[in-house]
Design a protein around this ligand. Structure first.
Ligand code: ADP
Ligand code: AMP
Length: 245
């Protein structure tokens, strides 16, 4: 944004952003992993957490979908396996993760969402952080029943460019079918259709859930009841991160 564009921004918006950033200064930069099956609410809570901590939100799913939209080689390699509900190879995912991790916005902490999904990825994440004199502060495990997930994924609607997610019953946008921030249309993700949902859940149980054992013994893991309403899940996370209810 150049100085002329900044001058055109309404005062209230600038003040709100100033106070948001000033508030964030009281928290040290953290590395937080949101872990759980698709539809458990990681993206929803991740957006709020990122906003309150002024950190960056690394959703590997969002990054991969961006590669697909832009038609990159990496995106083309990932597309088929994503639509079928499988896992993209560790190599490709690590490439996009590292690229994002190195951007300036990630210096004030990171919320990892949907990563790691394999034990290999969890090990690589520890290496990446160790090379940056850092480590994981919290892993939140979103524990949720499969039947609840089906309902959440079937009713999910997303704003493609930002990854913001809404729900037709539980998290309505202000205007039906439109993103609250940009007013652009919401869509249903290809992999939120029934066939892909079943595959994604079995991929989670077979390949991703074992990652929990990796984190079990190092004191960073908190398991939460993600079946609860959005605000209750948020209160559980906030009480751990900000010591508040
Ligand atoms: P994930 O990022 O884990 O795949 P999302 O955050 O996109 O999951 O949430 C999946 C769907 O469920 C979205 O439509 C979202 O609006 C909705 N949702 C998220 N958390 C809750 C909750 N606690 N209760 C009800 N619906 C929720
Ligand atoms: P998500 O948006 O997190 O539900 O991810 C959508 C899809 O992207 C997944 O079903 C996978 O195909 C792929 N994906 C996202 N993150 C990863 C990851 N860490 N490892 C492998 N595949 C991933």
């Amino acid at each position: 944004m150049n100085s002329e564009e900044i001058k055109a921004v309404p005062d209230q918006m600038i003040f709100d952003e100033f106070f948001r950033r000033a508030k964030c200064l009281q928290y040290p930069p953290r590395k937080i992993v949101l872990f759980g099956p698709p539809g458990s609410g990681k993206g929803t809570q991740g957006s709020r957490l990122t906003n309150e901590l002024c950190s960056c939100h690394i959703s590997t799913g969002d990054l991969l979908r961006k590669e697909i939209r832009e038609g990159t080689d990496l995106g083309m390699k990932a597309k088929e396996v994503m639509n079928a509900g499988g896992l993209v190879s560790d190599d490709l995912v690590l490439q996009i993760l590292q690229r994002k991790f190195e951007t300036p916005e990630c210096k004030r902490g990171v919320v990892f969402d949907g990563f790691p999904r394999t034990v290999e990825q969890a090990k690589k994440l520890d290496e990446l952080l160790a090379n940056n004199n850092s480590k994981i502060d919290n892993v939140f495990n979103f524990h949720i029943d499969d039947e609840v997930l089906m309902d959440r994924l079937a009713g999910r609607r997303v704003h493609e460019a930002s990854g913001r997610s809404y729900h037709v019953k539980y998290n309505l946008p202000k205007v039906e079918g439109k993103d609250d921030v940009t007013g652009e249309p919401l869509i249903q993700r290809n992999d939120d259709k029934p066939e892909a949902i079943a595959n994604r859940l079995s991929t989670y149980h077979d390949k991703t859930k074992p990652v929990l054992d990796y984190y079990k013994d190092n004191g960073v893991l908190t398991t939460m009841d993600a079946n609860q309403p959005i605000q209750t899940v948020w209160s559980d996370i906030a009480s751990k991160i900000f010591n508040r209810k």
